[in-house]
Design a protein around this ligand. Sequence first.
Ligand SMILES: NC(=O)CC[C@H](N)C(=O)O
Length: 312
Amino acid sequence: MPGPLDLQSIVDDIHRELTPRLGEGKVADYIPQLARVDPKRFGMAIVTVDGDVHMAGDAQVPFSIQSISKVFTLTLALGKHGENIWKRVGREPSGSAFNSIVQLEHEHGIPRNPFINAGAIAITDLVLAGHTPKEAIGEVVRFVRYLADEDDIVIDPEVARSEAATGYRNFALANFMRSFGKLDHPVEHVLGVYFHQCALAMSCVQLAKAGLFLAASGTNPLTRHSVVSKQRARRINALMLTCGHYDGSGDFAYRVGLPGKSGVGGGILCVAPGKASVAVWSPGLNHNGNSLLGSLALEMLASRTGWSVFGA
Ligand SMILES: NC(=O)CC[C@H](N)C(=O)O
């Protein structure tokens, strides 16, 4: 029988082995504020379902979570509207870039899944129901603070402003969906909320804590908050596994074998069901817009722990 895993040594080793490669990949520059981030940053945090925290590098430095926020808004929308959300968004991998518009025309304004930009915008429209944009932004922030049990999580207003100023693609996607009658609220309102949720600043430790409910059948074992049912946690994980890395989702499943959600800020939230929630941050991206070294760090972690959902 192998002994218990020494997770702290594993994260320290991964950090040390990747240090010579820090700076690889391409930092997202279509959001000007993100282009200013130091490409050599690297952080990693593991929070186990037993509450142990293991970290390395810049694990306590907040960064822009970007599309990782889509996991939290999906969870909120499911809580508000239940399975009705599937009238507005599908649950199939897109095989296209995160910001692609190509499928929307043939598929009548219904995005493939909640994690590509079009799908996340549709989900944000559902989160807005019954709220002003300001209230909806407040709801998202409160929800993430509740999940992570951290009151000091905030939105970086500069990042939100920076993205709004250059968000031509997202305006195109939202206007296109609205033309099909698939958004209930004005495009400016929906994107106002969307840009703010993407601009949430969180550290790896905060992010791993916020995702812990997904590793523990829907209930955060640290706070005992029952966030979602067991079935819903399983389903969110399934979507993360199949769609969480856009047109790189197959490759991530092949190499890492765990549900994960990336963001163009260079973060990845990764769930090892029954074991731990893991967050990693390295700003340089690969050609699919996913963190290059972050994916590699998770591949190393999965192979050293045997945590892949497909078998050790
Ligand atoms: N992949 C991402 O993280 C994209 C999120 C970014 N806010 C955008 O909409 O372009």
